[in-house]
Design a protein around this ligand. Structure first.
Ligand code: FAD
Length: 329
């Protein structure tokens, strides 16, 4: 059987692995301890926070079909959130998400999706791929500890675009299809409270110089009651402050959110911040995936389309369909 190495156990990597496992010997390498990539949940007992992707929609039949078994087993549930916009400090446009356009989340946390999809796959966690080097047998992979991880016929990277460009060898000519693609950062502030906050929304989409999003994480289905807020800085502000001291950034964002909400968030029992260096793409693309059949290298991920969960799935499925046609004779 052909041997395929997939770098990254986010939605794209796990979708590819599941789609190819019947025609290839697939090994997934993931640098983190958790599965799911940006579909992630950070735990700090008694609190847990979805600090990456907040929710997702399903526009295509293929993605709706893919979600069905996860919905049936409650790993994916609809979040009927009460939503507002906050613009110039004014709360407006109150509405409620409902079944006419479901907004899905993983349950009991976003990371449940990665755990579900990885079941039965050969996933090597905490294995940070450092190099992909050609030898006479194929592609030899080595991790950052210097461990040799084997030789593969094909290597597929689903790491964010900058990491993919750094990882795959210069002979991966397909990379030139996305010469100027940039990804933008995002700060996520996580606040846990010992009592409920007097908020009459679950989600606030904010137009502000710093903040882009405030969510009552505990309003999502399948979560414990302990009140939790996730605050995302907007991409432009995050990108400009990625190298600033984390304490300063957290204080600035908490102060800005306190002003917006008209209450003090300093009462939080738990405070943490995470910097996503590669959160979102600067603008949508249409390449779907990158494939170099001569070198047997490929890449997929949300960045081939746009920074959405469904795009990661669509990119991975398009590449898997193409590879299946080539590998099944
Ligand atoms: C703060 C934030 C908010 C978001 N909000 C939303 C939202 O509300 N709705 C929505 O639809 N989308 C949202 N997104 C985007 C969504 O999370 C992504 O589009 C999607 O999860 C991308 O999946 P992926 O598999 O392409 O990439 P990733 O999930 O990034 O997976 C790539 C994986 O590769 C691993 N990796 C990287 N380099 C290496 C290496 N050298 N060796 C081994 N492993 C490696 C990474 O650890 C990661 O697990 C958000 C993202 C962020 C960060």
């Amino acid at each position: 059987m052909v041997k395929i190495a997939i770098i990254g156990a986010g939605l794209a990597g796990l979708t590819l692995a599941r789609s190819l496992q019947d025609i290839a010997q697939v090994t997934v390498f993931e640098k983190s301890r958790g599965l799911g990539g940006r579909l992630s949940t950070r735990r700090a007992e008694p609190f847990a926070f979805d600090h990456g992707a907040q929710y997702f929609t399903a526009k295509t039949d293929a993605f709706n079909d893919f979600l069905k078994p996860m919905i049936a087993s409650n790993v994916v549930q609809a979040w009927d959130a009460r939503v507002v916009d906050i613009r110039d400090g004014q709360v407006m446009n109150q509405r409620q998400w409902d079944a006419t356009c479901p907004h899905y989340v993983g349950s009991p946390g976003m990371s449940a999706i990665g755990r579900y999809l990885a079941d039965g796959l050969d996933v090597r966690r905490q294995t940070h791929i450092q190099s992909v080097v050609a030898d006479e047998r194929g592609w030899a992979l080595t991790d950052t500890d210097g461990e040799e991880l084997g030789v593969f016929d094909w290597v597929i990277s689903t790491a964010p675009v900058a990491q993919t460009a750094a990882l795959l060898p210069p002979s991966f000519a397909a990379m030139s299809a996305l010469p100027d693609l940039q990804m933008q950062g995002c700060f996520a502030v996580m606040l846990g409270f010992d009592q409920a906050l007097p908020l009459d929304f679950d989600v606030a989409r904010v137009v502000d110089t710093k903040i882009g999003w405030i969510a009552v994480n505990s309003s999502k289905p399948g979560r414990p009651d302990a009140c939790r807020l996730v605050i995302h800085a907007n991409n432009a502000w995050s990108q400009a402050h990625l190298d600033a001291p984390r304490d300063t950034v957290m204080t600035e964002l908490c102060d800005a959110a306190s002003d917006l909400l008209g209450l003090s968030l300093a009462t939080a029992q738990h405070r943490a911040i995470h910097a996503w260096r590669y959160a979102n793409v600067d603008q949508p693309r249409t390449v779907r995936y990158l494939l170099d059949t001569d070198n047997q290298l490929a890449a997929a991920g949300d960045w081939c389309l746009e920074g959405r969960v469904e795009s990661a799935f669509s990119s991975a499925m398009a590449l898997a369909d193409d590879l299946r046609k080539r590998l099944v004779h």
